[in-house]
Structures are given as C-alpha cells and as structure tokens.
Design a protein around this ligand. Structure first.
Ligand code: JDH
Length: 495
C-alpha cells in the first residue's frame, strides 16, 4: 500500500519511523511518503493560508495550493487525463483490462468529519493508495473535498472524536497506525487479528494480567490461575459484558440478542440492561431499565400498565367481566395516585425504561404499626414474622417477561423493604399471595428468597381462588447459611 501525507509540519510524522509501522516501511510492505505542503507554493513567503470569506477569526488554507499538491500525489493532474500514455488507449469493443483501476482514497481530517472507526480502517486497508490532507488553522477551503469528490476520487472527511485538535497530523498518525497493522505481513502473529475480529464481538475487552501474581497488595483473579479454561472463558466474557455495560451504553444498545446466552443476560441484568421479546416492528436490542421509587407523575402510566398486564395473569376460567370489574375497582390512575401519595402505607417501585416509560412495577403494602395484622386472618396465621409487609403486585409488561426485569424489581423491593422500620422495628418479612397454578411465578419468587408458608382462599366475582402464600425473611442473616439476596457472604475485593 502507498500512503501520502501532506502537511506543513512533516516532522510531526517522524514517529512513523518507529515500531511496527517503521518496520513495515523498511520491509517494503508500506510505501509511506510524507510531503511538505509548502513545496507546492509559488510565492516568496510560501503562503498556504488566507483570511476567511464572510469574516470571522483565524485563517483558512488556500484551495489552489492544496489542488496542486493533491493533483501531484493522486496522479489526477489534468494533463495526465487529456493525454494518456502511448499504448494505454483501448480500441472500441476491446475486452476491458483484466486488472481493476487502482483505488485511491483522499482522507481529510476535520473536527466536523465522520467518526474514524475500525470498520473504516478495515475498509481502507484494501485500498491501493491513501492520501491524508492535514489541515491547520481553521481548516482547508471546503472546495477542496468537493472538487475531488466531483473528480471521482473517494473522499472521506473524518474526525477522531469530539474534542478540538490544532490540525490533522494526529489524525494522520492514527489512520496510518490503524490501517498499517491490518496489512498482510505487518503484524507478526496474525492470530491476534483473528481473535480481535472473532472475539467478543461488539464488546470491550476483558482485563488482562501477568506476573507477578500479587502486586501492590492486589492478587490476580483466582480463576485465571485455576487452569479451568471453561471458567476462564466465562469469567472473561462476564468482565467484557460488565465493562461494556458500565462504560459504553452505546455498544450495549447495539448488541445482537441472538448472541447473548442466559449467563450474558444475567450479567447485563445486574447492570440494568434487559432484552425484551421481539416485537412485530422491531428486532429486540438490550434496553436500559432503571428501578426507582414511583412519584405522583407515574399514576396514569402505571394504571395503563396494570390494566394491560393484569388480564394476562388471570386464570383462563375467570370471566372477562370480572377481570374488567377488578381493574375498574383497583387499578385506575386514581388508585395509583392514592398509593403514590401515601408513602407511609405504600411502597411503589417502577422499572423505568426511559423513553419507553414504565415496563413494570411493584406495590408493597406496609403495616402502619408493628402489631398490625396482615390483611387476611388466614395469612396472619402463616406469616409469623412481625412486622410484615405485603408484596401486593409485581407487574411486568409482556415484552419484558422473562427478561429479568421482574427479578430486578424483586431485588430492589426486598432491599427497600429491608431498610424500612415500623414503630422503630425493622420490617421482618415480605409476604405475597400468588395463584396456586402459577408454578412459573412461584419458581421466580423462590429464586429471590421467598419460601412457601401456606395457602389462602379468596373470591374474585363468582370464582373461589386459591393462592400460595410465600414469605421472604428480611432480617439480616448471620453466618454462611445466609438467605440469598443479603449482603452477608457476598464476595469482597482482594484488597
Ligand atoms: C483537522 C485544523 C484545527 C480547530 C473550529 C471546531 C468550534 C477548526 N477530532 C478532531 N478534532 N479536531 C480535529 C482537527 C482539527 C483541525 C484540523 C482536524 C485542521 N484544525 C481546528 C478548530 C476549528 N472549531 C470545533 N467547534 C466546536 C469551531 C479547525 C480532529 C480530527 N480529525
């Protein structure tokens, strides 16, 4: 590959004699030529800039100087087109030449360019010639890029990122280094390139470690010295997912859910990212969902969510009229406004998907005094810990059922409830009633520390329903047999 760099500061690119790029040049894999733009000036002061038309601060680089320089290095000088070299003109009807014309690309770094990415570097690595036009001052007269585009040259105005540099030279260094390492023979061990492109696609890299095994009091994570390759691979993927979730939400939102297994989804869920079920109109992508306390402003949206979700959770024998009557009697915006206004009695947590609005909520009914009985006598009989609060509703929009949002809501509700006191007594238990036939719900609650305590019977319209009562102990566990979800027994950092 040939790369030409045009600049008024050729010495800026001296670094390209070093390291991998320097070796590629010496090995003849890369023909890199750095030119002084002033060599194409004709005046005594070797002027490359002038004042901006329309006024404003600073100076702009003249297009005429750039035009002469670029025509020379691109080989697009008008004379070459009018008079092709003897013997190159093709007779009419002759077969096209077997070799494609060389692909020449003009790259113009500018703060207003398209982001320079690995994808563009990979594309550029297949070109025959790159020409980098490094501007200074306020940049290059806009007609330069326009003219070469019209001439049929492939032109990319590129930017390294959203910060302001003084000129295009640093971008030229970046482009040369990013492209050169992709050229065949430049990297000694091409396996690392293969790993790069087939590794955890779309994720940040996992952290890496070497000797000594303990440094500055910090131990290398034990799994890396365990010799268990399966565990190492899973740990590295967990780390890559966690880092990406923490540092690059833009990358998480672009992940392909088809490439995410259960363990991946669990890691993302712990960082607040959930994959909804595919919708008719859109391929699913991970969505950021934050669990927060409800406010008065949530009343209407929660009522809508409850009305849309409640019927789906009802047993099939329940009459539609009974279902609708229940919604009208318990799940209107006015009901939610009342819950949200009374935070001594009700705890409302909302799973908030940002612009998509609430995708789930929990409603917990708190006792007002430590001795207060839970709402039904048969429940009081099975829930012996006091004071106890009732986890009355866990509603999740169908698209997010199975995504882990319910689990995140449950964890947050348990954590909030565990922090509550009634009459100066810590809440001791969270209980709930769930339909006896709904095994899936019961499994989900037991995964979050709820244990079956007994049964309760109640009416919905004409039908007699039976619920399983499950209880989650909120008292801090002691010792290694601690209940799941408590802080006790959680891993601590090695320092
Ligand atoms: C090429 C000259 C300096 C500085 C005007 C722009 C306010 C225009 N990622 C990148 N950042 N900067 C460059 C870059 C900078 C360059 C040149 C590339 C040639 N300059 C220059 C300031 C302005 N300024 C920002 N606005 C917010 C107005 C040019 C770059 C790359 N690649």
């Amino acid at each position: 590959m040939r790369i030409d760099v045009l600049t008024i500061f050729p010495a800026y690119l001296d670094a390209l004699d070093l390291s991998l790029v320097g070796k590629a040049r010496r090995d003849g894999l890369l023909d890199l030529r750095v030119h002084d733009l002033r060599d194409w000036t004709t005046d005594r002061h070797r002027t490359v800039d002038d004042t901006p038309f329309g006024g404003g601060a600073g100076m702009v680089m003249r297009p005429d100087v750039w035009g002469k320089a670029l025509d020379d290095v691109l080989g697009t000088a008008p004379a070459a087109e009018v008079a092709p070299a003897a013997g190159t003109a093709r007779a009419a009807g002759a077969a096209p030449a077997a070799t494609a014309p060389p692909r020449r690309v003009l790259l113009v770094p500018t703060p207003s360019g398209e982001r320079f990415t690995q994808a563009l570097a990979e594309d550029l690595a297949a070109a025959d010639q790159l020409v980098l036009a490094c501007g200074r001052y306020e940049g290059i007269d806009a007609r330069v890029a326009e003219h070469y585009r019209h001439t049929g040259v492939e032109v990319h105005e590129i930017s390294l990122g959203d910060y302001v540099l003084n000129g295009g030279e640093v971008a030229a260094l970046v482009v040369v280094e990013a492209v050169a390492r992709l050229l065949p023979g430049v990297i000694g061990n091409p396996a690392s390139l293969v790993e790069e492109s087939h590794g955890a696609a779309g994720l940040l890299e996992y952290p890496v470690y070497t000797k000594p095994p303990v440094w500055a009091g910090l131990a290398v994570p034990e799994v890396l010295t365990s010799g268990d390759h399966g565990k190492v691979a899973r740990w590295r993927r967990d780390q890559a997912l966690a880092r990406t979730a923490e540092r690059r939400p833009d990358m998480v939102a672009r992940l392909d859910p088809a490439a995410l297994d259960r363990a991946d989804r669990a890691v993302l869920g712990r960082h607040g990212w959930f994959v909804p079920a595919p919708a008719a109109d859109a391929a699913p992508a991970p969505v950021r969902v934050r669990v927060r306390r409800g406010t008065a402003a949530d009343a209407a949206a929660l009522a809508e969510l409850a009305a849309a979700t409640f019927p789906l959770a009802c047993p099939p024998h329940m009459a539609e009229a009974d279902v609708q009557a229940f919604i009208a009697a318990h799940l209107t915006a006015a009901h939610f406004a009342a819950y949200l206004a009374d935070d001594a009695r009700y705890l409302v947590l909302v799973a908030d998907a940002g612009r998509a609005g609430p995708v789930g909520y929990t409603l917990t009914v708190l006792p007002l005094t430590a001795g207060e009985e839970p709402d039904a006598a048969d429940v009081a009989a099975v829930v012996t810990a006091r004071p106890a609060a009732e986890l009355s509703k866990v509603y999740v929009r169908p698209a997010f059922q199975g995504s882990g949002v319910a689990g995140a809501l449950l964890d947050a509700t348990v954590a909030e409830a565990a922090g509550r006191a009634v009459d100066d007594r810590q809440l001791a238990a969270l209980w709930l009633g769930t339909n006896k036939a709904n095994r899936r719900a019961q499994r989900s609650y037991s995964r979050h520390g709820f244990v079956v305590a007994g049964l309760r019977r109640f009416r919905v319209g004409e039908s007699l329903e039976e619920d399983v009562v499950m209880v989650r102990d909120l008292r801090p566990a002691t010792g290694p047999g601690a209940a799941p979800g408590t802080a006790v027994g959680e891993t601590t950092p090695s320092r």
